[in-house]
Write a protein that binds this ligand. Structure first.
Ligand SMILES: Cc1cc2nc3c(=O)[nH]c(=O)nc-3n(C[C@H](O)[C@H](O)[C@H](O)COP(=O)(O)O)c2cc1C
Length: 159
């Protein structure tokens, strides 16, 4: 395989940019994610690719819930904030207004919209990212605006 072609082709998959919130017992965390897509209407399911060595993956395995916060076109700085790994779990959320959603996962006050999921399956033994399948159990819209995409940011995650 032409590795350069693989990289370029995979990076052409269109992606959004989200802040995924997680909860394990009383602990909350959130991180920037882009590998997310809907995979069923009934029930409403989404699949999220999540790095197996992240703090958030350990928390999602235990807590079994997550929130997906959608950002507006002018909120790249917020996505940048959540890219760094948690040094102290919860630290990244300290300075960002949020509230507990119906599942307890953090919902960002400034997100344009959000949905919350309960984890139904975790798969992908071979990959460095797990596939977490979540059922959407709650949703809300704060501002009905176009969402931030990976192309808007000029960043890459994939290849
Ligand atoms: C543009 C971009 C997209 C990302 N998308 C994902 C993703 O879809 N899944 C994932 O697990 N990590 C993704 N990351 C990496 C996480 O944001 C990063 O590993 C983060 O530090 C994890 O935080 P935590 O250790 O506090 O859980 C992405 C990073 C960037 C810069």
């Amino acid at each position: 395989m032409d590795l350069q072609a693989k990289k370029i082709a995979l990076r052409k998959i269109p992606h959004g940019v989200y802040i995924v919130g997680v909860k394990q017992d009383a602990q909350l965390n959130a991180f920037t994610a882009t590998w997310l897509t809907q995979v069923s209407f009934t029930p409403p399911l989404v699949a999220l690719g999540i790095k197996k060595d992240s703090h958030s993956f350990a928390m999602i395995q235990q807590g079994r819930v997550f929130s997906v916060n959608l950002l507006g076109k002018d909120q790249k700085a917020l996505a940048e904030h959540f890219v760094k790994p948690a040094t102290v779990v919860g630290e990244k959320l300290r300075t960002v207004p949020h509230r507990p959603g119906a599942t307890g996962a953090p919902v960002l006050t400034d997100a344009i919209a959000y949905f919350e999921c309960e984890v139904r399956e975790i798969a992908n033994e071979r990959g460095d990212h797990a596939i977490v399948i979540g059922e959407v159990v709650e949703a809300g819209v704060h501002r009905d605006e176009p969402a931030l995409t990976l192309v808007d940011t000029g960043w890459h995650y994939g290849g």
